[in-house]
Write a new protein. Structure first.
Ligand SMILES: [Zn+2]
Length: 414
């Protein structure tokens, strides 16, 4: 069966006035937009004033310095390329690195419109006119994530159910029973928790984003839905919209007319396609706050083989956060750092666990789990000890009540 080409190709062709999207014309567009950006930055004397006004090839991009999360916290004004009056929305991050200042990202109306258009391309793979879609991302006011997704769903001729992430399981179940959604949009663990706590009801397909998606979570969701998940990747720095899954389900196609992507090793050296490393982005399509060689802290790789759907855009493999902030006392632990994803991978492999919360203090890890049925506690504890042998681990389980809520409203952490 011939697969339909990723809807991203049609979007890029439309936005860039192309008859076909090839590597050659994508890269020509990237170089042209990058040089336009460098020239504007040189003119205005902002944060990037020391950079050359133009470069001769995309390969020369690697000679420019990186931009870091600290820079976003320290120089928000210097990084803003449009006027304050043109800023439609600002996202502030409580996590501040070492500066004590909050990281801020700005968007114009055009940036947010581009985000909605990418959501339409990604959601268009699984949502059809007449679909009813439950949105379980937060609704934080006009132009918030939930609202932008809702707008994309409405434009696709479908009905958005704006549920957010703070309902109780009993409330989710009641809405699913009454409104009969066929699709879900939200975070991966949240989807698995809802499916295990409430049952599948009429939900058939799901787009997941916003957090890491460990393999046991993905397998659990796909088995309960009897369909493949559509993962999406986006970060605030790229307008919350970066890469979408096509019907081949082999990675996520990157919106390359807005983002030039590189993969680098820990020392910042470029890595070839196929190798795992940190994703570095140059956001040539962002109007308010374009970034040059921003180190995302996300670990992934580019697929090196062509996608069966025929699109020539770069595809990202699974994305994980770079491990930081939780050093393990055990020298024997393979990476010396433990993440919530590592623990999720173990805990959710037990089908009776609906959700769990982690607290790590010195070398004591406390895990609280909400359950439906009897968890094999010995097996779970033994698997945690396998990856973290020097930790003292306690696991407490409680049966789920309808009033319980999801334990992490945002990204899962230790
Ligand atoms: Zn594809």
């Amino acid at each position: 069966m011939k697969l339909r080409r990723s809807r991203l190709d049609a979007l890029i062709a439309d936005q860039e006035h192309l008859s076909a999207v090839t590597r050659e014309n994508i890269e020509a567009i990237q170089l042209e937009k990058l040089n336009r950006l460098l020239s504007r930055e040189a003119d205005r004397g902002g944060f990037y004033r020391g950079l050359p006004e133009r470069i001769g090839s995309l390969a020369e991009l690697s000679s420019l310095p990186f931009t870091t999360e600290e820079d976003l916290a320290r120089h928000p004004g210097g990084l803003l390329l449009c006027s304050q009056a043109e800023v439609q929305r600002v996202l502030s991050d409580a996590t501040s690195g070492t500066t004590g200042a909050a990281k801020r990202v700005f968007y114009t109306e055009g940036d947010l419109e581009n985000t909605v258009q990418l959501y339409m391309a990604g959601l268009g793979e699984l949502i059809f006119p007449g679909s009813v879609t439950m949105i379980c991302f937060s609704f934080s006011g006009p132009f918030g994530l939930g609202e932008l997704i809702s707008e994309a769903i409405t434009r696709l001729g479908a009905t958005p159910l704006k549920l957010g992430c703070a309902l109780s399981y009993g409330e989710y179940a009641a809405v699913m029973e009454k409104e009969k959604p066929d699709t879900f949009v939200g975070m991966p663990v949240q989807l698995l928790s809802i499916l295990r706590a409430c049952g599948r009801h009429s939900v058939q397909r799901a787009l997941v984003s916003g957090d890491a998606c460990p393999k046991s979570i993905m397998r659990g969701c796909e088995s309960l839905l009897s369909s493949r998940l559509f993962p999406h990747y986006g970060s605030r720095e790229m307008g919350m919209a970066g890469a979408i899954c096509c019907s081949a389900h082999e990675g996520m196609h990157l919106r390359e007319n807005h983002i030039i992507a590189e993969i680098v090793d820990e020392d910042g050296r470029g890595l070839p396609w196929g190798e795992w490393g940190e994703l570095v982005i140059t956001t040539i399509g962002m109007e308010a706050m374009p970034l040059i060689r921003y180190r995302t802290g996300d670990i992934t790789r580019f697929f090196s083989d062509p996608c069966p759907c025929g699109s020539e855009t770069l595809r990202l493999d699974t994305v994980k956060r770079k491990k930081s902030g939780t050093p393990m006392p055990a020298a024997s632990f393979s990476s010396s750092l433990l993440s919530a994803s590592d623990l999720d991978e173990i805990l959710f492999a037990d089908e009776c666990i609906v959700d769990c919360r982690y607290d790590l203090l010195c070398n004591e890890l406390s895990v609280q789990a909400l359950t439906v049925g009897a968890v094999d506690k010995d097996a779970v504890l033994s698997r945690i000890q396998d990856v973290a042998p020097s930790l003292s681990v306690t696991l407490s389980c409680r049966s789920l009540c309808p009033d319980d809520q999801i334990l992490y409203f945002g990204k899962r952490s230790l």
